[in-house]
Design a protein around this ligand. Structure first.
Ligand SMILES: *Cc1c(COP(=O)(O)O)cnc(C)c1O
Length: 392
């Protein structure tokens, strides 16, 4: 496989070398450690002078294959895989930030990323400032002499706000900042942050990458120089991905493009249809012309993604009644699954915030997040419509 191959070919053929059994599909290496033919081989492998796998906390053929495939998709030199998306987010920050450093972060970051910034890194003397994801022009005014990193997601959860990646890339370059993006919602199939100068690309592979709700995983991608730092941090702090989960994920990636095409076409169908349904105040979807950043979405995303967010009339109680009336879709906190999943952020993930605090992160009381699955789109629509009627 070469770098000239297209995305789909990389997803399917980007596999490790075959073993002496010449298997067609990749075997699983459920082993904690590896043996050496001699003391000299062992010495040279430990010293990094000879290629070789030592121990599965450091690397493993299955995790290497998974990393290799995602790096080919993202166009990055190197990567490190972790046991969950949050371990990847944390490693991407902890490997670089020191006491006294400052982070500029989009206000619309994943809940646990917010907790890392406010509750964990703050204990170690790393400060942060939140900025508006939809207005990158306003960010420069918040840069301090000790600002080291820009942290963002695009599209955001659950409001589907976009961040202009080209502008972020220019800002990062001008001020010599590390551009750290969580690309989970878009996947490398729809958006390649490397094209805008991203230094660290983080994923929760638990979501669309596996896409079938089976395993937790994450990874950080970047240049070899950046990933060397992440690798050092992870090798010695131990968030390694299980080879079993990596094996599952390498297979999952072979269908990522096929699944994403259908997730996106189902989502666009639903978004368009829901705009005309009474009882729904607003529909958020990057590829709808009514989305305030529709033009930007068309520039930086190949399609609109698999998430649709709606605002139902009637606030918190109606939102909950709506969820209780759902028959086909699942009520679950996960996303990026073959099965359509609906959640009500105001009564679940964001229930501890006051309504005013929720509004500052773009969440209204009637907001319902839909992770659009691969069922027939008209069946999904019918379920949502009947739930709206039943919850009146
Ligand atoms: C789910 C998610 C995470 C965390 O990933 P886990 O695999 O659950 O640890 C991080 N960022 C985004 C955008 C997510 O959706």
């Amino acid at each position: 496989m070469s770098d000239q191959h297209k995305f789909e070919t990389k997803a399917i053929r980007g596999q490790m070398k075959r073993t002496s059994f010449r298997e067609h599909s990749n075997p699983m290496f459920l082993t904690s450690s590896f043996v050496f033919p001699s003391a000299e081989d062992m010495r040279d492998t430990f010293a990094g002078q000879q290629e070789g796998i030592i121990y599965s906390r450091y690397s493993n053929p299955n995790t290497d294959e998974f990393i290799h495939k995602v790096c080919a998709m993202e166009g990055t030199e190197d990567g490190f895989a972790t046991a969950s998306g949050m371990a990847a987010v944390f490693a991407s920050m902890a490997a670089f930030l020191e006491q006294g450093d400052h982070v500029l972060a989009s206000r619309a970051v994943f809940g646990s990323t917010h907790q890392i910034l406010t509750q964990i890194l703050s204990k170690w003397g790393v400060t942060h400032t939140y900025v508006d994801p939809m207005d990158v022009d306003s960010w420069e005014a918040f840069i301090q002499p000790n600002t080291k990193m820009l942290v963002l997601e695009s599209p955001s959860n659950p409001g589907l706000a976009l961040v202009d990646l080209e502008k972020v890339g220019q800002l990062a370059k001008k001020h010599n900042l590390i551009f750290n993006i969580d690309n989970c919602f878009a996947t490398p199939y729809l958006q390649r942050p490397i094209e805008y100068g991203a230094d660290l690309i983080v994923h929760s592979a638990t979501k669309w990458m596996d896409g079938q709700g089976r395993v937790l995983a994450g990874l950080v991608c970047g240049t070899k120089e950046m990933i060397d730092k992440v690798r050092f941090f992870c090798r010695h702090t131990g968030p390694a991905l299980s080879p079993f989960n990596a094996w599952i994920l390498s297979k999952s990636l072979e269908t990522l493009h096929v699944r994403m095409d259908r997730h996106c076409s189902n989502a666009l169908f639903l978004a368009q249809a829901l705009e005309n349904v009474p009882g729904i105040q607003r529909v958020f979807y990057p590829y709808l012309p009514s989305h305030p950043q529709h033009q930007l979405a068309k520039r930086q995303m190949k399609q609109g993604g698999g998430m649709v967010t709606i605002e139902v009339e009637g606030g918190i109680t109606r939102g909950q009644r709506f969820l209780n009336s759902i028959q086909l879709c699942s009520l679950s906190s996960n996303l990026g699954d073959t099965r359509t999943i609906v959640t009500h952020p105001a009564s679940t993930t964001h229930s501890k915030l006051s309504p005013e605090e929720r509004l500052t992160v773009g969440i209204t009381d009637g907001m319902v997040r839909i992770s659009v699955g691969l069922e027939n789109a008209t069946d999904i629509l019918a379920d949502l419509k009947q739930a709206l009627e039943a919850s009146q």
